[in-house]
Structure formats: C-alpha cells, structure tokens
Design a protein around this ligand. Structure first.
Ligand SMILES: [Zn+2]
Length: 397
C-alpha cells in the first residue's frame, strides 16, 4: 500500500471534510425518497451549514442533482448522473455487466456465456466488450461513471487482492483481479466475493433493508455466505469469512475441489443436484427444470430439492447458533426453488437451532433474485467512489 496522500491523512482538515462528505452521500443513498437538505441534516447529525456546503460541492461535481422543487421552494435531492455505477458479476458459466444508480434500479444490462476454462484475461476482455455496449446504450463514457465493482465466485485475499484457490474459476487463482480488471476496463475496479456482494445488495436494496445482522447464503455451483454483522460486512482478516461450503459434513465423502472430502458443497452444489437426477434423465438438467418438475409433483425432483433443504438447514442452524442473525437470505440458482427449499430448511433449523438464536431469524429467498450479485458489485462501486481518490473526489478537498 502506498503512503496516504496528505489529503487522506487521518485527522487532517481534508480527511474530516472527506468523512463528512461520505456521511452526506451515505444519507442520500439510504434516504429512500429524494431527501431535502433538512432531511440530510437529521440523518447525518452534521450542522446545516456543513451539509449546505457539501451539497453545493456535490451538485457542482454532478454527484447530486435536484429531483424537484416542492412547496415552499423545498428542494429535493437525488444522486446525479455521476452516481451511476457499473457492476460486473462472474458466475460459473456467465458474466453479467449492469449499471445501477443509488436507487438500486438497473438501467442497462448485458450477459454472456463463459466457455469452460476460459483464461481470466479473456473473460475480462469479454466483460469489457459488454461494458462498452452498456455505456453506448446509456450514451455515457467510462469517465461519467461513479465507479466499477466486480464480483467473483472466490474469496479475495484482503491483504494481497489475490483470488483465493477456493474458486470455481480455476484460471483466476492467485491473480490480482482488481489490477487486471482496471487494465481491461480503463478505470479502477473494486473487487469482492459474490456472496459478500449479495449480502450487501440485499441489505441495501433487497429484503434486508435496515437489518444489521444478516447472512446471505449463495447456493449455486459454489456455495458460500456473506456475513453482515453490526451493520457491516465481515470479511475476516484474510477475506475468507463465510466459506461455509467447505465445512465438512462427511469425513469420507466425495472429494471436494478444495482438496478436502465431504464438504457441504459436494452435497448441495447445483451440479450435484443435476448428477443425482442423471440416472433418471441420462442428460444434464438445469435447476429451472428441476424446480418446475418438483412443483409439478414429480417425486424424484421434489425429493432432491427437499434433501438439499435438509442439508442447508443443518448448516443454517449452526450459523444461527454462532451468529444470531436477524435474517437469512437464500440466493443463487437454487433459490429459484423458493418454498420447496425453505420449508425443509425451516424444519431442520427449528429442530437443531437454539430457540433464542432462531426464533427471531427470518428466512427468505433473495428479493433481488439472480441480480443480487451484480447489484452488490454496483453498490461497492458507489461506496468506493466516495473513497477512491478519483478526479471529482480530489476537487472537493
Ligand atoms: Zn471443499
């Protein structure tokens, strides 16, 4: 890490101004309806004159625009054009690029399939192409954006920025993802684990609004959790917090891609569900089809989803006992099964969890659905825009 510039040194006037500015932007993002300046004073606890100066600067920099002038000339504010961020989300076989503003609504979106074993640089070039299409649709340039965030199905080492080996994208292991992405996209990029991003997005714009203790469980090809504790994302000192998919369920079970045996992921990953049904179908099956046929009452399909729910329920009961979350959000491909999955989870959680830890815990599927991860990537980009010393941030200090 380079030494902080004089403007970033803790305790300096510039650092204080930057912190106050972040508070006003955070107030603006979380206010829901377009707030007035007086609303921002109440939300931030800052002096009216301070808020007034900051809002003037944010308007000058295009980060805040006037939404409407209401009765008694009350000005309502909202995030401006520069408040639009790009989220990039890599899954096992796809990449999605989308833009979203402070309201969490997607304004443009592109998706492409990823060939198995595609080198990371080629995957980034593919995303850069999608980014170009999205910008063209918006009539915007790369420098008009608040920032770019990117989600990977991998732990990201918070010390080195390297992609951890527990990823389902083997060509990315050990690479400095943020640096390579910045080279490919032409702007700094904030990178995080996709389950972490799902947790952030659900807390900001989904079903977890206002929830301070939230667990987001991603059930796709990879299985992982994003943990929000005391209102903040908990990544752990090395960025590996939440790797629940690699807890051992059966010591002598199937070999896992992490090198261990019988990990939770080997029993509930999307591919495993499809493999269980292979004797019946003699072909690959998508989770969407499994869910549809389970709903139609086909016994084997309902059974495999129920069994996934029982396994996940045991893991969630442990998580509840350990972390006492207010909300557990189930996301990823398997969340399409909705109540077929949630019902067995509930059964096991109530049987195995400590009542005081599980009674208050709300279990739900992701309100943002398959877009939770890409929206989380946009969310960290919006947050990062207030910290990265980009050109507009430099001008305000
Ligand atoms: Zn494993």
């Amino acid at each position: 890490m380079p030494d902080p510039s004089p403007a970033d040194r803790p305790g300096s006037q510039a650092a204080l101004r930057r912190a106050n500015r972040d508070r006003v932007l955070a107030g603006l993002r979380t206010a829901g309806e377009a707030p007035t300046q007086a609303d921002l004073v109440r939300r931030t606890g800052l002096a009216p004159a301070t808020v007034s100066t900051i809002v003037r600067d944010l308007r000058r920099d295009g980060l805040v625009t006037v939404a409407e002038v209401g009765r008694r000339r009350r000005v309502r504010l909202r995030a401006g054009a520069a408040g639009v961020a790009v989220g990039v989300d890599y899954g096992h076989r796809h990449v999605t690029v989308a833009t979203a503003g402070a309201d969490g609504l997607i304004t443009a979106e592109r998706r492409a399939e990823l060939a198995p074993g595609l080198p990371a640089r080629d995957g980034l070039a593919l995303a850069a192409g999608l980014l170009g299409e999205v910008l063209a649709e918006l009539g915007a340039g790369i420098d008009d954006l608040a920032g770019i965030g990117m989600g990977l199905p991998a732990p990201i080492d918070t010390r080195t920025g390297g992609v951890g080996s527990l990823t389902i994208l083997p060509t990315w292991v050990g690479l400095p993802a943020a640096r390579l992405a910045a080279e490919a996209f032409g702007r700094p990029v904030v990178v995080d684990n996709d389950a972490n991003l799902g947790a952030l997005a659900e807390q900001r714009w989904g079903r977890g609004s206002g929830v301070d203790a939230l667990v987001y469980l991603k059930l796709s090809e990879g299985v992982g959790a994003g943990l929000i504790m005391d209102g903040r994302l908990y990544r752990g000192p090395a960025g590996t917090a939440g790797e629940i998919g690699h807890t051992t369920v059966d010591e002598f079970g199937a070999l896992c891609r992490c090198g261990n045996r019988g990990c939770l992921e080997t029993l509930i990953a999307a591919r495993h569900v499809a493999d269980l049904l292979r004797p019946l179908l003699e072909r690959d099956v998508a989770i969407g089809e499994v869910v549809a046929r389970a709903r139609a009452g086909e016994r084997a399909f309902a059974r495999v989803i129920n069994d996934v729910g029982l396994r996940v329920g045991a893991a969630i009961a442990d998580v509840c006992n350990m972390l006492n979350p207010q909300m557990i959000v189930v996301g990823g491909e398997l969340a399409q099964a909705d109540d077929l999955l949630l019902e067995p989870i509930r059964q096991v959680v109530s049987r195995r969890g400590i009542p005081s830890a599980t009674d208050q815990a709300r279990l739900t599927t992701a309100g943002l659905g398959a877009r939770a991860h890409v929206l989380g990537a946009a969310a960290v980009a919006l947050e990062g825009a207030n910290h990265i010393p980009s050109s507009f941030a430099e001008r305000t200090v």
